[in-house]
Design a protein around this ligand. Structure first.
Ligand code: DGL
Length: 216
């Protein structure tokens, strides 16, 4: 099997690692968009124009049978449109609102995501569906992808956002951007004893495995 993985930048590599750990025998082809990263403030229209040609390359030129969209920003905005264009299955990822709602005891959940994800209809829909009675704290993480992409992580700034969230009473922190998986350790160590940190690599790999079973 050839599995394509797409993200704007290095966030997707964390997902590639997770896939390879569980499925070491599958061929994984990773593509990102180094020219246009970060995607976090782009409109759905801009994203569609940038992403479709890259997915077509993965599907047609590289011959992938399935593509993992390792990008919340793309998944929460244009996944339906992309699915209409491509003939192969797309495995998407989205903010883990449902699991967070089950985990929280304080009914306060912090969601770290890009501005475009936080503005998306799908994110609002997830909160309406699963977040009744829960207050969502949405800190400004708009420069995190760039910091991570350029290897210029300001740990103090991240610690401050995590501390603010915990002080406000959040007991769950959702990492809803794959770039943030690379700073998970910093977030976990600052939240320790106060909030759990969740991110979707495991469920995404499980979903990928369910899709791959269809080809068996
Ligand atoms: N890693 C992506 C996400 O999960 C996009 C981050 C960015 O390019 O700003 O949302």
């Amino acid at each position: 099997m050839k599995i394509g993985v797409f993200d704007s930048g290095i966030g997707g590599l964390s997902v590639v690692e997770a896939i390879k750990k569980t499925l070491p025998d599958e061929e994984v082809i990773f593509k990102n968009d180094t020219k246009n990263v970060p995607y976090g403030a782009k409109t759905p229209e801009q994203l569609f124009g940038l992403v479709l040609p890259i997915l077509n390359q993965l599907a047609i030129k590289d011959g992938c049978q399935v593509i993992v969209i390792a990008c919340n920003t793309v998944s929460t905005t244009i996944i339906d449109k992309l699915r209409k264009e491509l003939e192969i299955p797309l495995v998407a990822m989205e903010p883990m609102i449902k699991p967070a709602s089950r985990l929280t005891k304080t009914n306060k959940v912090t969601v770290c995501a890009t501005p475009t994800t936080l503005k998306s209809k799908r994110y609002k829909q997830l909160k309406d569906l699963y977040g009744k009675g829960i207050e969502f704290v949405e800190p400004d993480c708009s420069d995190w992808s760039y910091m991570i992409e350029t290897n210029n992580v300001d740990s103090k700034k991240i610690a401050q956002i995590v501390n603010d969230s915990c002080r406000q009473g959040s007991d769950v922190i959702v990492l809803a951007c794959t770039h943030y998986h690379w700073i998970e350790d910093i977030i976990v160590s600052n939240a320790r004893g106060r909030a759990v940190v969740i991110q979707p690599e495991e469920p995404v790999v499980k979903q990928l495995m369910r899709v791959l079973e269809q080809f068996a």
